[in-house]
Design a protein around this ligand. Sequence first.
Ligand SMILES: [Zn+2]
Length: 401
Amino acid sequence: MSHRRRVAAILTAVLALAPAVLALPATAQAAPRTSVTTAVTDKLLGQTALTGRSAGPDETRVEVTREKGGRWAFGTAVVVAPRTEGAAPTGAVFVARAEGDGWTVAFDGEPAFADLAADSPVVTAEEKRIFASAGPTAAAEPLSPGDFVRPLTGGDYRTGMALPWSTGASWTMTGGPHQWDGASGPYSSVDFAGGDQAVRATRAGAAYTMCSGFVRVIHDRGYASDYYHLTGHVNANGTSVSQGTFLGNTGTNVACGGSATGRHVHFGLRQNNAYVPIADHGIGGWVFYSTGWYEGYAMHGSTTRYNGGALHNHGALGLTQGIVDANGGGSVNKRSGPGTGYAAVGSVADGTTVTVSCSRNGTTHQGRFGTTSLWNRLSDGTWISDAYLWTGYNGAVNGAC
Ligand SMILES: [Zn+2]
């Protein structure tokens, strides 16, 4: 079709829909009547599951950090915390698009957030990549359903995160699992202090300064990590960070609410726009467990640390790695094949990090978390029972052999 004929055809089509459609281009260019700040505030206040309580408009802090043509906006939306023990501010990174008189607003971790961000000219390519990374879904499938039932959990607890300080250093767990906001929600958060007091990103991602002393890093796989009470913190606006990038120092900063009796970082784990129980998740080579409010412990293999104990930051556990857990023993035999009928070809000490090449079923064994017939072939070609390996995943972490 020639250019002239195409124009004529389009004109004919438009005129056929007149007069209502002809008026559309003018209104579509008009600025929305509702301000983006109002739209974001309304959404924030409507999400009591996010804020943990019914907050008032005077408690919100919405900051538009990027804007384009009155049509797109991006920024942070925070509810400051009451001045009570354990409270902390919370909120979201948002992306908004003008639609008619109002705005379509999505918060980080919501499915709509990745979709809206993908279309937005104010979101960087690196942010779009991170936001689009899907999180772990439902419980992982064991190789042979029914062969392996882990009594405590059936999901995917691999975060790929280190602890929020330098790898190789030890800090103190000053408060076991508790809520992020001190009042509601799961026990998503742990308090740490010690060492050089320099708080660092637990995994690569995009960092955002939410509020004074409050930094969020959005990671891949739907995860985000929150850090509060920081002093001398970065001013981040989607800043690309690596695992170990400095975010701020531990402190007693309560500029955005809450209280702190001694310097620490209040560290929280989020997934898919919600705080999630930190229990059972692997972070820095440790698996966290909750026994009560601010009470719990962390395990690295059979090594257990309670409140006040020192946690050595082993760094991030790879998604196809595991930590040998001899269930109180000193080591686990390695075999030449997937079962105790194969020759022992060495042993591996409790707490050792190993890499899994693939898995298959063999003889059945009882470990700390239950009974399984799954065996893992390690990167050195030897095999150990999955009963003695913490991977954070109920099944084969690197496919079947
Ligand atoms: Zn805390």
